[in-house]
Every structure is written in C-alpha cells, then in structure tokens.
Design a protein around this ligand. Structure first.
Ligand code: GLY
Length: 357
C-alpha cells in the first residue's frame, strides 16, 4: 500500500493507495472510526462496493443515503435529503460521513460533512479514476446551482482518503479515460518527468496495468497534495489545477452535462489552452504537439464541439474563475510548467477556439 500525506497542520491527512483496501477498510485506518456513520453512495456503486464496506463496519450505527447517479443530482435537494437522514436518525456532532463513489458523491458528502452541526468528520473512498486523482483530494466540496457548477460549497478536508484500485474494474472504458485526462494535466502543469513517464507508458495505461496505474495515481496525488499544502484556498498556485477547466466547463454546460464526460471536456480544454499558449508565443510548437499526441494516445478527444463564440463567452464568464469581470486562463508555458494569464484579447481566444473545434 502506498501512502501520500497532505500536510495541512492539524488538518493533515493520509491518502492510502492499493489493492483490496475496501474489504479491509477499518483495519487499514490508523484512526478510530466514529460510532455513527452515514455512507453516501449511489446505486451504480453500491451494487458492487457497499456490502464489502458494510462487512468491515459491524458494531457501528450506520445510515445509508443512496442518491441518484448523475451530475444533476449534486443538488441542494440531495443535500437536504442527506440532512433529513442525519437529523431523523438522531446523529450527533461525533458522527462521520463516508463518501463511497465518484466525484458527485464525494463533493456532496464533503459538503454535508462540512455543514452538519457546523462540521463533522469526513472520509473519502473514491471509486472512479477521476475522483481518485482529483476531486477526493484537497477538500473542495460543493453542490451545483441551476445557474452553474459547484457554485455552493466549502473547503473542508477529509480525515482520510482510501483509494482501492480494484474499484476501477467496474468503471466504463469512457470513465476510465476521463480520469486519464486529469492525470495528464498534472504532468503538463507541474512535472515534466511525470509527463515523459506517461508518454512512455501509454500502452500499459490503455491496458489498465495495475502497477502502472498505481504509480500514475500515486504521483498525481503527490502533486495534488503538494499544491494543496502550499495553497489550500486557491489564492495562487492551486489555480493551475484548473488547466483546461474553463473551456471544459463551458463544453459540459453547453452540452448539458450529458454528451461529454468531465475528463473528455477537460482534454479538449487542455488542447484549447495549449493552442492559445502556442499562438501567444508562450508554448513552443513541439511541446504543443507532445501534449496533443499524449491525449490522442490515451484515446481522449483533442477537438471541442462547435458553438458560437458568444455561447463560449457566456459559459466561460459564468465560471468561478472569472475575477473582476476578466477571464483568466491557465496556460502551459512548457511541459511541466503553467501560468495564469488574464491579458489575452477575446479575438485571439475566439480564433483559437475556432481552430480547435
Ligand atoms: N480540482 C481542482 C482543485 O481541487 O483545486
């Protein structure tokens, strides 16, 4: 089992990565679990993983909230349902909330944990590649509002994150590749060696080779832990983790969170950001080519959908990354290095989007 530490003073915690961790959940944790536990999950996940988890939790008072599966259910309604369960069961301030699922479950469960009785213990068991390498780590919690994604939420760190890579066996091929997009992101923004390692291991990643996957997840979590430890509340460095996301969120919103997975939209967003960086003479053409080739080799889209510039602008301006009414773009300036840039003319962005879609 690999361990990655997220160093945040008294809010520090460990990410555990390995095989068969779910069926030994309690045994593997160095801390005692709360007597009262609410498990938040969804039917897609619970059919495989709820029973093995429950088997390790005998003697605890357990409540289960099986929310419906899908981004549209990361809502204030689902949040209220979870609160009703906690209150009706008489849960107190010593209870804990376990998120068993992907990013939707993790974000909602974290938000519930951060607000029930002004904050109770939160535990993440991410079951998708995307949530294992990104959303379960770093303490961002949220629900969506009809006007935009993640508009309501908190920063609230979990007590532990347990990543059982066996859970990936039930993931669809598409969702698996979606997670790979976030892994590529870490190489592009932060670690040229890791990027090169990914280039050399595309065959193993495409075959979901367990050892390769474990290292890719571990290195992604290490990078995320390092960034979060330096800038927990996204005042600077952490913003780099949003590479491809301004364009990606626009794609997801325009296609109503249906036609594109988050990772696919991020992959197309990484290409648009990289092209914008190349066109504005920040990134050289051979690095742009390497980024594109890696995404292609991992079966990810490298072209966005076509839509009018005004729609792009409207969706991007609704994104949380807008500051003082100005669009900010995370642009790679070399493999392993990125910057936030806010001085690009809209005409240039529009031309690049046309070229990339
Ligand atoms: N997913 C980006 C972040 O956690 O900051």
């Amino acid at each position: 089992m690999a361990e990655v530490n997220v160093s945040l003073g008294e809010r520090s915690y460990t990410i555990y990565i390995g095989n068969a961790l779910l069926s030994n959940y309690v045994e593997n944790l160095p801390h005692k679990l709360n007597q009262q536990l609410l498990i938040i999950t969804n039917p897609t996940i619970s059919q495989y993983y709820l029973k093995p988890l429950l088997n390790t939790l005998s003697g605890h008072q357990i409540e289960i909230f099986e929310m419906r599966d899908g981004e549209q259910f990361k809502s204030l309604d689902s949040y209220a349902e979870a609160m009703d369960i906690l209150i009706n069961a008489g849960f107190n301030r010593d209870c804990g909330i376990i998120a068993l699922g992907g990013g939707v479950v993790g974000d909602l469960a974290g938000f519930v944990a951060s607000t029930f009785q002004r904050g109770v213990d939160s535990y993440q068991i991410p079951t998708t590649l995307l949530s294992q390498v990104d959303s379960s780590v770093g303490g961002k919690t949220a629900v969506n509002h009809p006007q935009g994604k993640n508009l309501i939420g908190t920063f609230y760190q979990p007590k532990s994150v347990v990543i059982d890579i066996d859970c990936l066996q039930t993931l669809t091929e598409r969702d698996y590749r979606s997670g790979l997009a976030e892994i590529v992101k870490y190489g592009v923004i932060y670690d040229a060696d890791f990027f090169q390692w990914l280039e050399r291991h595309t065959a193993e990643l495409n075959q979901q080779d367990p050892a390769t996957l474990t290292y890719a997840i571990q290195r992604s979590c290490e990078i995320k832990a390092e960034v979060v430890a330096l800038d927990e509340r996204e005042k600077g460095l952490r913003a780099l983790l949003n590479l491809g996301h301004t364009f990606g969120h626009a794609i997801e919103a325009a296609t109503e969170y249906g036609a594109w997975t988050h990772g696919e939209a991020v992959a197309a967003g990484i290409i648009i950001a990289s092209k914008l960086s190349e066109v504005t003479q920040r990134l050289n053409s051979s690095d742009f080519r390497r980024i594109k080739d890696l995404l292609l080799a991992l079966g990810l889209p490298t072209k966005g959908p076509q839509m009018p510039w005004q729609d792009w602008l409207d969706y991007m301006q609704r994104d949380k990354k807008v500051k003082d009414g100005q669009l900010h773009f995370v642009l790679p300036v070399a493999i392993g290095q990125a910057e936030v840039v806010s001085t690009i003319e809209h005409d240039t962005v529009a031309a690049v989007i046309t070229e990339c879609c």
